[in-house]
Write a protein that binds this ligand. Structure first.
Ligand SMILES: Cc1cc2nc3c(=O)[nH]c(=O)nc-3n(C[C@H](O)[C@H](O)[C@H](O)COP(=O)(O)O)c2cc1C
Length: 161
């Protein structure tokens, strides 16, 4: 198999993976950001850790490193509008973040008020990969905000293309 054939094969296999959809929130004193993420997972049953895989060049990564804290909002099937805003490129997103219904934690980190749930995490570590980083966090506060069906990556592509 050539390198191109291999890449295509793995891309097609990975498309069959399904994930939940979440919004990662970060802030410091003069800026804040929220981006959509599918690569979020609980990483232990008992120790309450989560891992998020993000591109290390995203501005939100430095916000999180400096503040040492971030939020995760869990998206529901009714959060397609919020998902679409948080998936925009950074310039377009900046203009649209004000249209979202945002709550803020005691540490002033934004989250989506109309998601299924949010939690705030202490940023405890990051693991560098080729271009991405794994952010490790320990949840310290949070709330269930509404009942409903979780939004998945496959729903997102079916509904928003
Ligand atoms: C459905 C979906 C899932 C995504 N999941 C992730 C993810 O897990 N990690 C990540 O770094 N980017 C992910 N992205 C990309 C970014 O959220 C999005 O492109 C980003 O907000 C663009 O930001 P930037 O201009 O600040 O780089 C995802 C995008 C979409 C559409």
């Amino acid at each position: 198999m050539t390198e191109t054939e291999k890449n295509d094969l793995f891309k097609n296999i990975f498309k069959k993976f399904n994930y939940g959809l979440y919004v990662l929130g970060g802030a410091n004193s003069d800026s804040e950001d929220l981006i959509i993420c599918s690569w979020v997972m609980q990483s232990s049953y008992n120790d309450g850790e989560v891992v998020i895989n993000i591109d290390g060049d995203r501005p939100i990564y430095s916000l999180i490193q400096k503040a040492g804290i971030f939020t995760i909002s869990v998206l529901g099937i009714d959060n397609l509008d919020e998902a679409a805003v948080c998936a925009l490129s950074r310039e377009e997103r900046k203009e649209k973040l004000g249209s979202l219904n945002l709550g803020r934690t005691a540490d002033d980190i934004p989250y989506l008020n109309n998601s299924l749930a949010y939690f705030e995490c202490n940023y405890t570590d990051s693991v560098k990969m080729k271009s991405n980083v794994l952010l490790v966090g320990t949840p310290v506060d949070g709330e269930i905000l509404s009942e409903g069906e979780s939004l998945t990556l496959h729903d997102y592509y079916k509904l928003l293309g």
